[in-house]
Design a protein around this ligand. Structure first.
Ligand code: PRX
Length: 704
């Protein structure tokens, strides 16, 4: 991949070259920046900033040539005809669409597994080192074994009537079978919809119904640290809710992870978990439930892949929406495959002897793109971790780094800040000599956490790639390249190949030079989402309506005098808690469903570890008295409706909310109250300012 990439720019439109040249500076500063090591530069795919700039311009001017170079490494059943990307990004000119490699057909599972096993001679290479929640709970899976297991399970899915285009919901812990289940769907052209195993039954039900899934795959249970999660119980609750909504699911396949009998380990990809759980109550409905282990017995480990068109749906993944209803982000086959493969290779500077570890959960986009698709497309060996960074102690991450000799390590700022609190000693107990590149994702990283990551974890040897992207973008869009980009702590630096960012002011005008405003993208790249499942209009309204001609990220951004991009955070009604997006409306609607809550307003309050915490204001129905019992009920209500990640940190009884004369809640004012910031700015539009004084006097000072 990429060996063919030269830089032959064929500029068609006068002025293009100038604009592009300006987009990436010729020179980057030497002062106050951090550079990758010389060792890294010697082996890197993109060894210098000049090379990055040259290739970047080529990727924009000659997308067919640039992406054609990436595509050449993959198997295509039929070749594409026409331009590499065909699109309309402007709502005023008609429907938004993005098509990549139209006419081509392929199968991603074939490219991730068969191609690596048969063509690339990687059959015996380890695809995953699985590390369980309990230290010592471990296993390895080679590419050959993964292929066999995926084929076997693909045959199971077929025998259950799953066909190309059908949606399959997956609700599983971080076990190898999760990857097996997702790739089995891909092999037969079914569309997976993975729901993070920390989501509630209600959230799972909502997602199953929205994408009209015909089958659910789950597990009996798992441990998150010390805590036992009875997943099957939640799955059953979700299925009951689906029935109540008139959407019955007839089949649920359950993997025995904790309750496995010894004979069930034969032919299975995992031994029984060390911390087995004989008492686990696994409800079983013979009308609906099927046992994973029984089904795979006798299923053939060969399965012809289903050849899919480039723009066939690949998966749906739900992300929070500002209306409160999650959006089913739809990604399609060819563009997503090429984009995750290319970003993985270049952003982590992947080399064949790397041991890569991304600590995200596959239930989020980071796990989709950078545990499953990107690494497997490159034939990489990865660590797949079921546990927590703090269990059984706060050295766990570094112990795992040494155990497997991890070279490329990718985590979230919230995990870094959490571990930082315990100082450097737990880190320095382990050598971490293997580490070469460190990465972060999910939220802005504060310079202090960046420095700690760089100095203590990486011992000033490893560049930190601060990758900015979204569920919607499919892969990294603003990011340093480890050997090429001088880094500034807290900046996601420059665009990846094929990505053209801009900063707009409120009137939609593009700002040049140092500036701050809305971060938008001017043209599609192969990995961008194609639609909101079942609601194309919502796709257009959410991302393309505010500023016609641009994809609007919803993030604020600053460009400094050196051309570096700095994400300043969400500028819509979205909160980022521990790297996970939540909409304020979603939490508010969970709160008002309680019979004693008349109105609720939720805002973010900065949090030293989680980035943001949830500060909720609730107005109770007449005559109800606020007390600890009610507070506990409200917390429980939100956990049950959404999941533990949305648990309120603060709940304040608010007899009145600050509103404009037209009745609109002034969230700006509530944010100030949550932070105890008396500098209110202009509040002349407030209908009743005494409300604000009351709320200030009765602020919550400690988290609930
Ligand atoms: O606000 C940005 C923040 O996370 C949002 C996307 O969230 P989600 O779709 O859940 O995907 C997270 C993993 C890709 C963005 O709109 N975000 C993500 N990465 C960064 C970031 N903010 C600042 N810097 C980042 N590196």
């Amino acid at each position: 991949m990429f060996t063919e990439l030269g830089c032959r720019c064929h500029l068609n439109k006068p002025g293009d070259e100038q604009t592009l040249q300006k987009m990436i500076p010729d020179k980057v500063p030497n002062k106050d920046v951090f550079h990758g090591s010389d060792d890294l530069k010697n082996e890197a795919h993109i060894p210098s900033f000049e090379k990055y700039k040259e290739l970047y311009i080529n990727s924009i001017e000659n997308p067919d040539e640039f992406w054609g170079g990436v595509a050449r490494d993959f198997f295509w059943k039929t070749k594409h005809t026409g331009p590499f990307l065909d699109y309309n990004f402007d709502v005023t000119k008609g429907e938004i669409f993005i098509k990549c490699m139209e006419g081509a057909s392929t199968n991603i599972c074939y490219n991730l597994l068969d191609r690596n096993v048969h063509e690339k001679k990687l059959a015996d290479k380890i695809a995953f080192y699985w590390e369980g929640n309990e230290p010592g709970d471990e296993l390895t899976v080679t590419y050959r074994e993964l292929l066999q297991r995926v084929c076997q399970f693909a045959n199971v899915l077929k025998s259950q009537g799953v066909r190309k285009g059908d949606r399959v919901s997956i609700y599983m812990p971080m076990v190898v079978e999760l990857v097996v289940a997702m790739l089995a769907c891909v092999r037969i052209g079914a569309v997976h919809s993975i729901v993070f195993a920390g989501f509630s039954a209600e959230s799972l039900c909502e997602r199953i119904v929205d994408s009209q899934c015909s089958l659910l795959i789950t597990a009996d249970g798992f441990y998150r640290g010390d805590k036992l999660i009875n997943l099957k119980l939640l799955a059953d609750e979700a299925l009951q809710k689906c029935r109540d909504k008139g959407f019955p699911i007839e089949r649920c396949i359950m993997l025995k992870h904790l309750s496995k009998e010894p004979e069930e380990t034969v032919g299975s990809s995992s031994p029984p978990a060390k911390r087995s759980c004989p008492d686990l109550q696994v409800p079983w409905n013979p009308q609906v439930d099927l046992c994973w282990h029984t089904l795979i017995q006798g299923a053939s480990d060969e399965c012809e892949p289903e050849w899919c068109d480039s723009e066939d749906p690949l998966f749906i993944l739900y992300t929070s929406g500002s209306t409160g209803k999650p959006k089913g982000v739809l990604h399609t086959v060819s563009g997503y495959m090429l984009y995750t493969a290319a970003t993985f290779k270049l952003v982590f500077d992947y080399q064949p002897d790397d041991i890569y570890w991304c600590t995200a959960d596959i239930g989020w986009i980071t796990g989709h793109s950078y545990i499953t698709y990107g690494p497997l497309a490159n034939g990489a060996s990865s660590v797949l971790f079921e546990g927590l960074p703090t269990y059984p102690d706060v050295s766990r991450m570094w112990e795992i780094v040494d155990k497997y000799g991890v070279t490329k390590f990718y985590t979230a700022p919230t995990a870094i800040r959490l571990l930082m609190k315990f100082g450097s000693e737990p880190v320095q107990k382990y050598k971490r000599e293997s580490l070469k590149v460190l990465g972060t994702v999910g939220e802005p990283i504060n310079p202090e956490a960046w420095q700690w990551y760089y100095n203590v974890v990486g011992e000033k040897r490893c560049p930190v790639v601060d990758t900015f992207w979204q569920t919607e973008t499919g892969g990294h869009v603003l990011t340093p390249l480890p050997a090429a980009t001088p880094m500034k702590p807290g900046s996601a630096t420059f665009p990846f190949f094929g990505v053209v960012p801009a900063i707009l002011n409120e009137s939609g005008e593009e700002l040049e030079g140092p500036s701050e405003g809305y971060l938008v993208f001017k043209q599609p790249w192969p990995g961008v989402m194609r639609t909101v499942y079942g609601n194309h209009q919502r796709f257009e309204t959410t991302y393309f309506k505010k500023f016609p001609g641009y994809y609007v990220t919803g993030d604020g951004c600053r460009r400094d005098k050196d051309g570096y991009y700095w994400i300043t955070g969400r500028i819509d009604d979205m909160l980022n808690v521990s790297g996970h997006l939540l909409s304020t409306a979603e939490v508010e609607s969970a709160l008002v469903e309680h019979k004693f809550v008349a109105e609720a307003a939720v805002v973010g309050r900065p949090h030293p570890v989680k980035g943001e915490s949830l500060y909720c204001f609730v107005t109770l129905t007449d005559g109800v008295v606020y007390n600890n019992k009610l507070e506990a009920e409200l917390k429980k209500q939100v956990r049950e409706k959404i999941g533990a990640i949305a648990t309120p940190d603060y709940i304040q009884n608010a007899p009145g909310l600050p509103k404009t004369r037209s009745g609109k809640i002034m969230r700006r004012v509530l944010r100030k109250i949550a932070c105890n910031d008396k500098d209110m700015g202009d509040i002349t539009t407030l209908a009743d300012s005494s409300v604000v004084d009351h709320l200030f006097q009765n602020r919550c000072c400690t988290a609930v």
